[in-house]
Ligand binder design. Structure first.
Ligand code: CAO
Length: 560
């Protein structure tokens, strides 16, 4: 193994830049010059390419980190890629030759008319950029622009760069339009009453990873001429193999300033449709999206997942008709009531789970004739102990046995992995005056039916009194929702994410069951098992229910 550290090269005048995209993962094989991460300042976004080929052994930066020259991005095993080890010091990127000289300003090149205070601002020396497209106009004629305010964004196939104003003043004319191809010296705009930028060297629109190519150095920098640099590819180019890219597969196409603006407002760019040149997202798109969200006409995907606000939350994002707004008072007297805190939390969770989990429900019946007789006998014998054994306690034990037999039901989805739990905590839905809560019986596999009954009664009491703490309601592997004390036949319980299944139970009924010779009266318990079809298939669900039924019919099977 021959390890090479790849560091952030000279990135010019930028002190620190944020890592906004990770383009490789540990284990990836990268080519020399392949982009590793994207960094962004408020003026430019730049991909940092690899100085060597190799296999990524470790990554030292993460999204949001602030990095500067010399910070190690990752370690490569160059031997694994067949590249010879670098000589001493070769792991550091070659210094940017331009950076050794005084950095020149990126501002629009200027020529001042002697007859007036009008200042012409031209495309400065933008180094290796030739015939670059104007992709954004950031100002209008009549605008008062501040020195260093960005005027336009230009883009090559390597990077997008904002050209800031070298002088403050009122914009008299604009000489470029969207889509124009521009080169050094082309006139951008004329400002009147101008004051020069205070710190011309403070901004550099096109910093470059120095190791990519040698750079040319202007021998006599003209006023406001930017560095001449080689630039890496733009932040919009995402290698297809990159596993860290947002799963939407849609990378926002926007300039650095628009990205920054969106970040400040918390606008998810990937959810916007760009109206700019080549569908680029403009500042106005971000602004309009924010307005729509604030007005309640649109929702971010995060709001949809959270359940959002209002009864029709998420409908628009799913392409559905808006929720009907009805003046109910037109039809008769009404009264408005606030939903309880528990109801609001439950509603948001249930909505998310219903929308995001592909539910299927299997219905079955369990013959509990003998078990019910045993339960009644047990309760009679233990009358004095004060603990009443309920059918739900038996069901909890039976479910533990079924979870052991069918471990997929005792799992949770985590990305593309299943987390298989080796513990058995069972939640049960409890109806309270304030709404539905789900206390959890921990380690139900290690407890007897009597102990489970006692704990359940204690937790149900705490639930009704609103005294459950977070520890009482977290960690469940599987949930049972019993309406047996109330009635009904079957229903579709909603899975309590991140669990993958839930058992709904209704009231048992005495039914005629054919025993092969005759109909026999048997006490039948209706079972409704909802399961997540991403994790469980129909055959497993049918087997789970059948096994549960067998145990409930003859509890001795639990010992087998
Ligand atoms: N079939 C017939 N009778 C049943 C039964 C069943 N499946 N389950 C319970 N019963 C009977 C009990 O034996 C008890 O009868 P007695 O009073 O004669 O002893 C009576 O119904 C009441 O039982 P219970 O509901 O107090 O006790 P439990 O252990 O069955 O349930 C609890 C406890 C906390 C789960 C329950 O009180 C509750 O809140 N259930 C509602 C859950 C719910 O809302 N689920 C829906 C979620 S989706 O919105």
């Amino acid at each position: 193994m021959s390890l090479i550290q790849v560091s952030v090269p000279d990135i010019g005048d930028f002190d620190e830049v944020s890592v906004i995209e990770m383009l490789v993962a540990v284990g990836d094989t990268v080519e020399k010059d392949q982009s590793l991460i994207t960094v962004e300042s408020d003026k430019a976004s730049i991909e940092i390419p690899s100085s060597h080929a190799g296999v990524v052994k470790s990554i030292s930066v993460k999204l949001g980190d602030k990095v500067k020259q010399g910070v190690v991005v990752l370690e490569l095993d160059s031997a694994a890629a067949g590249e010879s080890a670098p000589t001493a010091g070769a792991s550091d990127p070659a210094p940017n030759q331009q950076a050794a000289s005084a950095p020149a300003s990126p501002h629009a090149a200027v020529s001042v008319s002697s007859a007036s205070t009008n200042v012409e601002m031209r495309i400065p020396d933008i180094g290796d950029f030739k015939d670059v497209a104007v992709i954004e106009i950031l100002v209008h004629v009549g605008d008062t622009v501040a020195a260093e305010q960005s005027l336009i964004t230009v883009e090559s196939d390597k990077a997008s760069v904002e050209i800031p104003a070298s002088h403050a003043g009122v914009l008299q004319s604009l000489s470029v339009k969207l889509g124009d191809i521009v080169n050094i010296g082309d006139l951008i705009a004329v400002v009147a009453g101008s004051a020069p930028a205070a710190s011309a060297a403070a901004l550099s629109p096109a910093p470059a990873p120095a190791q990519v190519q040698a750079v040319s150095t202007p021998t006599t920098p003209v006023p406001d001429a930017p560095r001449s640099v080689a630039v890496p590819s733009t932040s919009t180019v995402i290698p297809a193999h990159n596993p860290t890219v947002a799963p939407s597969g849609h990378q926002p196409y926007a300039s650095p300033s628009v990205r920054k603006f969106a970040r400040q407002l918390g606008v998810p760019l990937e959810q916007l449709k760009g109206t700019g040149h080549k569908s680029r997202i403009t500042q106005e798109d971000v602004y309009n999206f924010t307005k729509e969200v604030m007005a309640g006409h649109a929702q971010t995907q995060a709001q949809v997942v959270k359940g959002g606000s209002g009864s029709g939350a998420g409908g628009e994002a799913l392409g559905l008709l808006p929720w009907p707004v009805v003046d109910f008072a037109k039809f008769g007297p009404v009264e408005r009531r606030d939903m309880s805190r528990i109801k609001k939390i439950a509603a948001a969770n249930l909505h998310r789970n219903w929308v995001l989990i592909p539910h299927v429900t299997n219905h079955d019946d369990a013959d509990i004739t003998d078990l019910e007789a045993f339960r009644l006998l047990t309760n009679k014998e233990n009358e004095k102990a004060g603990v009443k054994v309920t059918m739900l306690a038996f069901l909890i034990k039976a479910c533990v046995a079924a979870l052991k037999k069918f471990p997929d039901f005792n799992s949770s989805l985590d990305g593309e992995q299943l987390v298989m739990k080796q513990y058995f905590h069972i939640g049960f839905a409890a109806d309270t005056p304030n709404g539905l809560v789900v206390p959890v019986i921990k380690d139900a596999d290690k407890k007897g039916v009597m102990q489970i009954s006692a704990e359940m009664s204690e937790l149900a009491k705490k639930a009704r009194e609103g005294k459950l703490g977070p520890a009482d309601m977290t960690g469940a592997c599987f949930t049972i929702s019993s309406l047996g004390g109330i009635g009904g036949r079957y229903f579709t319980p909603i899975i309590n994410a991140p669990e993958v299944a839930i058992l709904g139970v209704c009231r048992s009924n005495m039914e005629p069951v054919w025993n092969g010779k005759e109909f026999e009266p048997r006490l039948m318990l209706p079972l409704s098992l909802s399961w997540d079809h991403r994790v469980i298939d129909g055959a497993s669900a049918a087997r789970f229910n059948a096994y549960l039924g067998q145990i409930m019919a003859d509890f001795r099977r639990i010992l087998l």
